[in-house]
Design a protein around this ligand. Structure first.
Ligand code: AMP
Length: 411
């Protein structure tokens, strides 16, 4: 026997019985984005590798070890997108979106790819939804995008979610703090994990995120960026907090919050779910005021987030019932097949969900199949070509096929 195939490591099939729940998340997100004027944008699944090296940052885990990078036949280095913000900024610059009224409010949904070690809630192909408000430095923009994710979590009924909020300050103001943090790390370097020690110079902030015990000990008395914000950054952060209050979004301040991408400035946030295990973040993001200019565009402040659909589904841990169809058509014999096909086509054009037997089943088998499809009505075409309609409850009654659309649509 020929060898069977399996999905590649870290990936999964979304089977029909799992689609309804996923669709519910996407539909809720679409609705929330639409209500606030965030319009859908779609970028390719792969981009120039350099876009991520420059956009996400060379010192990040993503760029150092998690990218699916390959060379195309023309010798270009391409990478399956590990995240959505850098591609959207590329598109903003490429299409001159800075000439549009600002901010440009965008939303997206789709697959992303990271070569991570697979575990519950962590995959090599996963799906994110996200929103970006590009072209405003107002705290109003921070609060609007945060509210979108907060609304989504609430409307879906994701349990046990907490919003953690922090600020990284602007890039320039951060330098002095980073020097202080680096010397703290250097002075205790023996207690740090190897990974953190290797990155003291290039990415010291990530030490806050380490799950290594020694490192955590060192970080307990590390200086916090929140205590070192410039006056302007500190005022911006205060306004974000105040406006979140006005929008009735609850949060906790987390002075140790950091994110895995280099581009963040000022506000950062993370929605964490206590019902999830090690991979407890449902979604997060922040401000990235320097990214667009880093990608060759004009100086443009921006803020956004991404949330993982699989994490949301894990946290919800429920199956949405697949809705039944409107009508199943059963035929007494081959003579009625043509009539059934024509009727099914006509009713589907009316917008009804209609199925019929495709496997040559007996009448009994067809009725069983009708039951499996959870059809609210079954129509049987008898030997004489007469049609009988039966609801889930009640007696069968004779009907004229012409009256069916009205009868069923009223249902
Ligand atoms: P990030 O783009 O790293 O800021 O991640 C944003 C969100 O995407 C996270 O909060 C997760 O919900 C989700 N996510 C990131 N990486 C993965 C992954 N490897 N597998 C599943 N979900 C992920």
């Amino acid at each position: 026997m020929a060898e069977k195939f399996k999905v590649p490591r870290g990936t999964f099939d979304v089977l029909p019985q799992q689609s309804a729940e996923r669709e519910r998340v996407l539909a809720a997100a679409r609705e929330i984005f639409g209500r606030a004027g965030y319009r859908n944008i779609q970028t390719p699944s792969f981009e120039d590798t350099a876009l991520f090296e420059r956009g996400v940052g060379k010192s990040t885990d993503i760029v150092r070890k998690e990218m699916f990078t390959f060379e195309d036949k023309g010798g270009r280095s391409l990478t399956l997108r590990p995240e959505g913000t850098a591609p959207i900024c590329r598109s903003y610059v490429e299409h001159g979106m800075h000439k549009l009224p600002q901010p440009v409010k965008l939303s997206y949904a789709g697959p992303f790819f990271r070569h991570e070690r697979p575990q519950a809630g962590r995959y090599r192909q996963f799906h994110q939804i996200g929103a970006e408000a590009i072209g405003s430095d107002s705290p109003l923009a921070d609060v609007e995008v945060i509210s979108l994710l907060s609304d989504l979590v609430e409307e879906l009924g994701v349990p046990g979610v907490e919003l953690r909020l922090g600020s990284l300050g602007s890039l320039e103001a951060r330098t002095a703090y980073l020097d202080e943090l680096k010397s703290h790390l250097r002075s205790r370097s023996d207690d740090l994990s190897e990974d953190v020690r290797d990155r003291i110079e290039i990415n010291p902030l990530r030490a806050f995120d380490s799950d290594d015990e020694g490192t955590q000990g060192v970080m307990k008395d590390a200086p916090h960026l929140l205590d070192h914000l410039s006056t302007e950054d500190s005022e911006h952060f205060a306004e974000v907090r105040e406006l979140l209050g006005a929008a009735s979004v609850e949060y906790v301040i987390d002075p140790t919050l950091v994110r895995g991408l280099d581009y963040y400035t000022r506000t950062i946030f993370s929605f964490v779910c206590s019902h999830l295990g090690a991979q407890s973040e449902i979604g997060g993001g922040g401000r990235y005021d320097g990214l667009i200019s880093q990608l060759g565009g004009p100086d443009t402040p921006a803020v956004g987030w991404a949330a993982g659909i699989e994490r949301i589904l894990l946290a919800l841990d429920e199956e949405v019932e697949i809705p039944g169809i409107d009508l199943f058509i059963a035929v007494a014999g081959p003579d009625q097949r043509a009539k059934a096909v024509a009727l099914a086509a006509e009713l589907r054009h009316h917008g009804l969900a209609v199925e019929m037997d495709l496997a040559g089943r007996s009448m009994k088998g067809q009725l069983k199949q009708a039951h499996r499809t959870a059809a609210t009505h079954t129509l049987t075409l008898d030997e004489a070509g007469a049609a009988h309609l039966k609801g889930v409850e009640g007696e069968a009654r004779d009907v004229e096929p012409a009256e069916l659309p009205e009868l069923l649509l009223r249902n």
